[in-house]
Each structure stands twice: as C-alpha cells, then as structure tokens.
Design a protein around this ligand. Structure first.
Ligand code: PEP
Ligand code: MG
Length: 523
C-alpha cells in the first residue's frame, strides 16, 4: 500500500501490531490441524511459538530420546533450574507447572527463542516416575503433547506446525521502524550465540548480560556451586580461579558479536534456590571436588537454604560479603575488553551492579571495581573507557535515586524484581493466584508481563527525575522482561528512557513498538 501511495510509511507501521511479528519469527500451528485439537489445560504464554513433541521429564532423558529415537521432545517440569538447561536447548518446547512470566523457565526459554508455557498449575508432575496427571488422566514419557507459547494453551496430541518464514517485506518494515523510533533497542544476552541472533535482529548493544546464566552448562555449574558453598576465602579463590578464564572467554565472545555497540555486564545475581545442588549425586560430586564429606556438604547446603531466596543473599549482597567475586568479574570484564580492543575492537564495557538499595552499598562495590579496573588498565599501558552503574529494582533504590545517581553513571530498570518487590508478589509463585484477580476483575493484566504504569511506573518516573536532577546526562534504560512488551516499550518511550533491552527474538517487536511510540508521541 505504501508502494501504491495509499499509505505513508508511518501509517503503514501503525497498521502492524508489534505482537503480530511473533508469528513471523516463531513456528506456528497449522490452522486447520489446530481446529480439531483438544485443549487439555492452559498456563501462561511465557515464550511464543508452537511446539509439538513427545513428553520427557528430565534433561538426561531428553538428550537420550532426541539422540536415539530422533524424537522431537517437549520438556515437562514442575519448574526449571540450571540443571534443565541442556534439556531446554534441545526441546521444541517447555511446559512447567509452577512459575510466572519472569520465572527461570520463562526468562531462559524466551532468551533461546524456545516456546514455553509456564505455570500450568493443573498438572501434577512426578518426574521420578516419568508421568504427570491432569484431570485424573495420566500422561507418560513418550506421549505426544503440543504447546502454544503465544496463547498458553496445551494440547494432548501431535499437531502439525509450520516453520517461521521471513520475507523481504519484513526488512523493509523494520527499516521504516528504525527511521521513526527514538528509543535504542538492546538485547538481553548471556552467550555469543544469543548475541549473534540479536545483532541480526537489529540489537544495538547488550543491555543485560546475566553473568550467572553463563554457568548453566553442566560442565560449568559445579564451579559456581563451589564458589557459593566455599566456607573460606582460600576455597573461594580456588573456585574463582576456575571461573575467571570462562568469564573472560565469554566476554570476548559477547564483545565481538556486538561489533563496538555497548555491552552491559551485570555482576553475579544467583538466587540461591536456582543454584544450590539438590540431588544426592550433585552434592556427592561437589563434595568430592571440594575434598569434603557428603554429610559436611549437605549440612552446608541446608545452612544456605533460604526461606525467601528472591529476597535473600543475591546480587550486590554477595559482593559485599565476598568482594573477591567483584575483583574476579572486573578482571574478566576489563582484560577481555583490552584484548578485543588490541585486535582493533572498540569496546566500552558498562559494569552493572544488581539488587542495590543504598548508595553506600553501591559505593562499596564500585570502589572495588574501579581500583581493580584501573590497576589492570595501568599495568597494560592502554586507554580504556568503562562505566559503572546500577540496576534499579528495589523500591528503596528508586526512592533514593538522587543519592544513588551521585555515584552511579547509569540506571537500568530491573522491572522483574521491581514489580515483585513493589507488589510483594513472588515472581515465581504469583501465577498461582493472579488468575483470580483477572476473573474477579481486580487486575486487567499480569504486572510481570505489562509494566504497571500506575505503581511501578510511578517509581520509575521518580527515579528518572531524581537521577537526572543530580546527573543530567545519566543513561537510563530498562532490562526487565517488560523491555520486550510493546505496551511497556511505549511507557519507556514516554518517560524518556534512552533504550529498552529485551530477549533476542523480541528485538524486532521492540523496534516496531518504539516506532509506534514515537509516531504517537514524538520526542
Ligand atoms: C530484573 O529484575 O528485572 C532483572 C532484569 O534481573 P533478573 O530477572 O535477572 O532478576
Ligand atoms: Mg533482578
């Protein structure tokens, strides 16, 4: 219609809903086949696309059945944790009984571009015996199941899927979106593979690299566990020495994939329940590595168990207790940047400290970061610019943003935690009762999916105003999952953020949503 002169480019852009792009970027069900398929339950539409496959309950069984039977599989779990990553990578889709829009399964699947239905609370999973029950019916390993990650529907049979196809028109539309948007679009990526996908989709940098996610692989997670569980500085140094070469290599990969665009490295923020070993075999293996007895290590794991891990010893709090972790991560960030720049790169790392609630807490870690970084840069005899900023994800940090901005060079809104902590709703469990809020017309939508402009948004606006008053050129962005939600992107545009950051497959949606926002309300 633009070619025919019926619409201008802006009008054409407004005719396409950003969400519609999902169907171009992910496999979909054949519409005819879908009409006859029985819906057996629904959960949250945590990561779009369509998946059909045989049910499996563990990452190990997924690997075996994909390799030996050549089966497409759907991984079904009560909830996921780092141990499930390898299964998630090879599965066509992921179904969980527990968890919300920002739970581990949802965030990780979205990052991979894998279909996910989370928090389907009607299913009861028995992973030991390889079955789940739903409405008195039993579903076993090997049975067919299909998931629609765009609607949250689960079907009890195989359904034909159609692969994603992108035409030249897509590139034209995206080029128009870029012409009319004011917001920059970055990506949340923790490995070079996802960074490459995001760059191809038009990402202009990394807004969030969750460094704890870099250790999800089965051969890496023991080192992080060792670090968390160490009871002495010497033990922790042993674990950190194992981690640092991995970190450095990963950062080099990320910097290279971003071709000079900014890369924000978020320091370790492992909620302990996602990282502590739970199975007997894992505890035994770790005890062996660390030269401890099984009983000793089990006691340590029990001691570290937290009642509210999301409000626990994570993020900056770990760095305050164990400053050597900040030293290790800074060393990796800076050495990797120097190495890439020596080869002709132009990396400007942005170091981001999570979960802060107080200026002194931030300053304590920032001082360690600067001392470590400057020593390395001086010793290398090079020039390297880097910045140190923080996430705003605790209401107190938003309320005291003027004090914090005196020290922090940038803010990035972590709206997953900011939503969790503003509402007091656990991001892992709220899915269980939020349904009642919709049916009883208390809430219109999930605050973990669309930013709550009234409450959470008020804190964001306040933090922007307070931050800018102290540091007029402060860089402001968002890296919570809302950064890929069109309605939330519009809000971020309206409060004047400079960028939104979202998972790789949502980058095109965010580009279009940002164009819509600027066409409706030009900056
Ligand atoms: C957030 O809280 O919004 C965030 C991006 O951090 P994470 O999801 O890793 O807690
Ligand atoms: Mg967070």
């Amino acid at each position: 219609m633009v070619k025919e002169g019926v619409l201008n480019e802006k009008e054409a852009l407004l005719k396409v809903e950003p969400k519609q792009l999902d169907s171009l970027l992910h496999p979909q069900f054949d519409p005819e086949a879908l009409k006859k398929a029985p819906i057996i339950t629904t959960g949250l539409n945590a990561s779009p696309g369509a998946a059909t496959g045989h049910i499996v309950f563990t990452a190990e069984r997924a690997a075996i059945l994909v390799k030996e039977n050549k089966w497409p599989v759907v991984l079904v779990r009560e909830e996921t944790s780092p141990e499930d990553i390898e299964g998630m990578v090879i599965a066509k889709g992921v179904l969980t009984a527990r968890g919300g829009m920002t739970s581990h399964a949802a965030v990780v699947a979205r990052g991979m571009g894998t279909c996910c239905v989370a928090g389907a609370s009607e299913i009861h999973v028995n992973a030991e015996e390889n079955y789940f029950t739903l409405n008195k019916k039993r579903y076993n390993e090997g049975d067919w199941i299909s998931l629609d990650g765009s609607t949250g529907r689960v079907y009890g049979e195989q359904i034909k899927t159609i692969d994603a196809t992108i035409s030249d028109d897509f590139a034209t539309l995206m080029a128009w979106a870029d012409k009319y948007r004011a917001l920059k679009i970055r990506t949340n990526a923790d490995n070079p593979r996802d960074a490459r996908v995001a760059y191809k989709f038009g990402a202009e940098g990394i807004g969030l690299c969750r460094t704890e996610h870099m250790f999800f692989d089965a051969d890496r997670i023991p080192a992080v566990r060792e670090m968390i569980i160490s009871s002495t500085l010497e033990q922790r140094q042993v674990a950190l020495a194992k981690i640092i070469p991995m970190q450095k290599k990963d950062f080099i990969g990320l910097y290279e994939e971003m071709h000079g665009f900014p890369v924000t490295i978020r320091y370790l923020d492992p909620p302990l329940h996602e990282f502590l070993p739970t199975s007997k075999e894992d505890i035994e293996a770790l005890a062996k590595t660390m030269g401890k007895t099984y009983d000793d290590l089990r006691k340590t794991v029990e001691y570290l168990h937290e009642t509210n891990p999301m409000l626990g010893h994570r993020g900056v709090r770990l760095l305050v207790t164990y400053p050597e972790i900040a030293v290790m991560q800074t060393t990796a960030v800076i050495e990797a940047a120097i190495e890439v720049n020596k080869r002709g790169g132009s990396v400007i790392p942005e170091i981001m400290i999570p979960i802060i609630c107080d200026q002194k807490e931030f300053k304590y870690v920032k001082d360690i970061v600067i001392k470590t970084a400057d020593e390395i840069i001086k010793a290398a005899g090079v020039k390297l610019t880097y910045s140190v900023g923080t996430m705003i994800e605790i209401p107190r940090a938003a309320l005291l943003a003027d004090e914090i901005a005196k020290e922090a060079e940038f803010f990035s809104f972590g709206t997953n935690d900011l939503t969790q902590m503003t509402y007091g709703f656990s991001r892992d469990d709220a899915g269980k009762f939020l349904g009642d809020y919709y049916t009883k017309k208390i809430f219109e939508s999930d605050p973990f999916a669309h930013v709550d402009t009234k409450g959470v948004g008020k804190l964001m606006q306040m933090a922007c105003d307070l931050g800018r008053a102290v540091r007029p050129d402060i860089k402001l962005g968002i890296c919570g999952e809302h950064g890929g939600d069109p309605v939330s992107v519009e809000f971020c545009h309206n409060i004047g953020l400079s960028y939104v950051s979202c998972s790789p497959f949502r980058v095109p949606l965010a580009r279009l949503a940002a164009a819509h926002a600027n066409i409706k309300n030009p900056r």
